[in-house]
Design a protein around this ligand. Sequence first.
Ligand code: NIG
Ligand code: FE
Length: 398
Amino acid sequence: MTMLIRNASEILTMNAGLGVLKNASVLIENGKIKKVGEIKSDKRTNVINAKGCVVCPGMVDSHTHLVYGGSREDEFALRVSGVKYEKITKAGGGIASTVRMTHQATEDILYRSAMKRLKNLAKHGTTTVEIKSGYGLSTVEEMKTLRVIKRLKKDSELDIVPTYLVHNIPDQMRRRDYIDLVIEEIIPKVARAKLAVFCDIFCDKLAFTRRESEKVLSSAKKYGFGLKIHADQFGDIHGAYLAAKLKCVSADHLEYSTTGAVRAMKKAGVIPTLLPGVTLFLQFRKKPLVKTYRKLRCPPALASDYNPGSCMIYSMPKIVSLACIIYGMHVEDALLGATKYGAKALGLFNRIGSITVGKQADFVIFNIDNYKKIPYYFGEDVVRYTIKKGRIIYGKNS
Ligand code: NIG
Ligand code: FE
């Protein structure tokens, strides 16, 4: 199977900065990138005329909580009337309310609702997505969610990376007992069933301490999991420093992380991952140090953090816009964050995240003629085609 994406106004290769090629083409063979640049057209089976379009690597959403039961619009309504997320959480809402609704849902229900969400992701240009468990908490319920993710991985057109997330302490359980359960039972079971690639923990004042997080992640490492961490979202408890110490693949959120933490992450090769959709959704004032990341040459990934509580945005182009508008990220850095550095945050940059010969043919083709219009057209749906391994998985002709 050969496909030619012909004569794009711009191809963003993501090699050496954005690596913009003007009026260029991409040739795809057997789901991989065969050639990039000036390509003479012959009688190819499948030609996409990309004149007036921007071709970009498929978006990589490296942080989502896509599998859950129910919805939390009542909490949204409370929040916009002035009640804080932390207060709702302490009153038994927040993560705990989604845990209750997820317990009530069967595997089929969870599968079907998540599959719909995945279709929406594809519609907005995402070709690879990480999905976390974490609304189960008990062994049985975490395994249930991870099995749903496994089924989605088998059936979806997108590449899915599964993560076991240690998200919160269940009601009526002592913290210490729960940590023991996670270490002695859940992590070994998830590892044995090969249901997750990464282990993640919510290291924050609303959930696990730095010490607890270190204990859990160190044990996960022994079982061969790659490590991720939700760090410094509601306060600085040195979660990002812990990420550096444990050589986590990524540290995510980072609103309260300091310059020292950015240095430590850079030194340890941790990919900082910023989630501007949450900043918008929860109306956070505190923002990550985007200027520092730029100055210290520690480029961040961007992700949606799609979840029912703190961000219901699954469009990565919108996340790119928000990173620019709310965080003041440069357009180029934001686009790199949604592709190249997203791929690095999943340890997949050898396969995806740039338009390079030999890599997987995952693209998003935007219906606009230069890349600055991607975040600029905030209210418009500018995705024309999403292509996964050389196959159109979403497309419209207008
Ligand atoms: O990544 N920060 C912790 N967990 C989620 C929110 C979970 C929820 O509210 O359901 C997040 O933002
Ligand atoms: Fe999250």
